[in-house]
Design a protein around this ligand. Structure first.
Ligand code: PLP
Length: 392
């Protein structure tokens, strides 16, 4: 037996464990302090009542002989695929139901999609970004090159003709920078991918946070994307499903003459047995008028939190990206080059926890991620402490 030695090439990810370690140590030494956690990318508001009702009803069905269901279709029940299709259609994007594959979340699909691509491909990955893209490619022994996302390009790298890339990762709105591409910018990426015969792996996990005109929420808003892109989406951040688990991936028929769609279907039907019926009923309820209204109300809370944070940074003259089209606010560490030093400073002076940018890639050094997912009260308090700390 030989191990997959590619795993030895992975860099240890100490980011969230180190954050937890430092916070716990500080809390133990200062039991009187109230620590506000503004660093984790997890939601805090509960599922919408329409979602809970739909799941409750589905539980009832599962408990009755006449309505019980066993294995479902691996690629998702028709009712959910049709709801997702309708969601895209309302935004002017026409999809076929068999281009939509329901899954237990975007993270699984982002990793699993690599099954259908050769290990000889080169992956082009933004830096900084959600670390899963890099690690899943390293595990498969694939070559990785980086697209630098820096202050100079507004954290939105554009195609470089000299870069050799077959699998192009785009995360928009981006985790951690909050930067979101315009349709015109994505059109350049689509043109580049088509010239190269490359595929764009578009992560739209935060699409519902986009609020500005001209910014894309789906790669399929761009002409020609059906020939060169796969889109990953999730109910996690848009409808509070981080613990419930549901997402979907769109693989158009035009991509590689239909081969990607057929291969992904084959991959999923071989290695995956579908998302629980109860969860899929809950996910479908997100797209009912009531579900839409209720999830939108939750998103409005996160948007207000983001605005509270960015108003505070504006007032203090601290530069940042994100917040407007994203639950993430990516700020320049004021007075610090080292994002871990700023982490300690903020923890000690304001008892506020964020995430050091260096944990997301080399270009994250000197930057810091705050999230809008905390409660309104905690966000309000964190903001007032930060204001006091910098004005003192
Ligand atoms: N994509 C991005 C950019 C994320 O930040 C996350 C989670 O934080 C995911 C995907 C994972 O989403 P899911 O919960 O659907 O697996």
């Amino acid at each position: 037996m030989k191990l997959n030695e590619n795993y030895f090439r992975l860099e240890e990810s100490y980011l969230f464990s180190t954050v937890a370690h430092r916070v716990n140590a500080y809390a133990a030494a200062h039991p009187d302090k109230k620590i506000l956690r503004m660093g984790i990318g997890d939601v805090t508001l509960p599922l919408a009542p329409a979602v809970v009702d739909a799941m409750r009803e589905a539980v009832g069905e599962m408990g009755r002989k006449e309505t019980f269901r066993g294995y479902g279709p691996e690629q998702g029940y028709d009712f959910l695929r049709e709801s997702i299709r309708g969601y895209y259609a309302r935004r002017g994007i026409s999809l076929a139901a068999d281009e939509i594959f329901v899954s237990d979340g975007a993270k699984s699909d982002l990793g699993n999609i690599l099954d259908i691509f050769s290990a000889e491909n080169t992956a082009l990955i933004p830096d900084p970004v959600y670390p899963v893209y890099v690690d899943t490619n390293i595990m498969a022994g694939r070559r990785v090159v980086f697209a630098d996302a820096t202050e100079r390009n507004g954290f939105l790298p554009m195609p470089d003709e000299n870069t050799d890339a077959d699998l192009i990762y785009i995360c928009s709105p981006n985790n951690p920078t909050g930067a979101a591409y315009s349709r015109a910018q994505l059109a350049e990426w689509v043109a580049y991918a088509r010239r190269r015969g490359a595929v764009i792996l578009f992560d739209a996990a935060y699409e519902r946070f986009v609020s500005e005109e001209g910014l894309a929420r789906s790669i399929f808003e761009i002409e020609g994307a059906r020939e060169c892109a796969i889109e990953f989406c999730s109910f996690s951040k848009t409808a509070g499903f981080t613990g419930t688990r549901c997402g979907y991936t769109v693989v158009p028929h035009e991509l590689a003459g239909g081969a990607c769609n057929r291969m992904w279907l084959r991959r999923q039907t071989t290695k995956f047995n579908g998302v629980p019926y109860i969860v899929q009923r809950g996910a479908a309820a997100v797209f009912t008028p009531e579900g839409e209204r209720q999830t939108e109300a939750n998103l409005a809370v996160y948007r207000r939190n983001a605005k509270r944070i960015t108003d505070c940074l504006d007032g203090l003259g601290i530069s940042y990206t994100g917040g407007k089209n994203s639950p993430y606010i990516w700020l320049k560490c004021p007075g610090f080059d080292d994002s871990w030093k700023f982490f300690d400073y903020l923890l000690e002076e304001a008892n506020v926890v964020g995430t050091p940018g260096s944990g997301f890639g080399k270009n994250g050094e000197g930057r810091f991620r705050l999230t809008a997912f905390a409660s309104e009260e905690a966000t309000e308090e964190a903001v007032s402490r930060i204001q006091k700390m910098f004005k003192a």
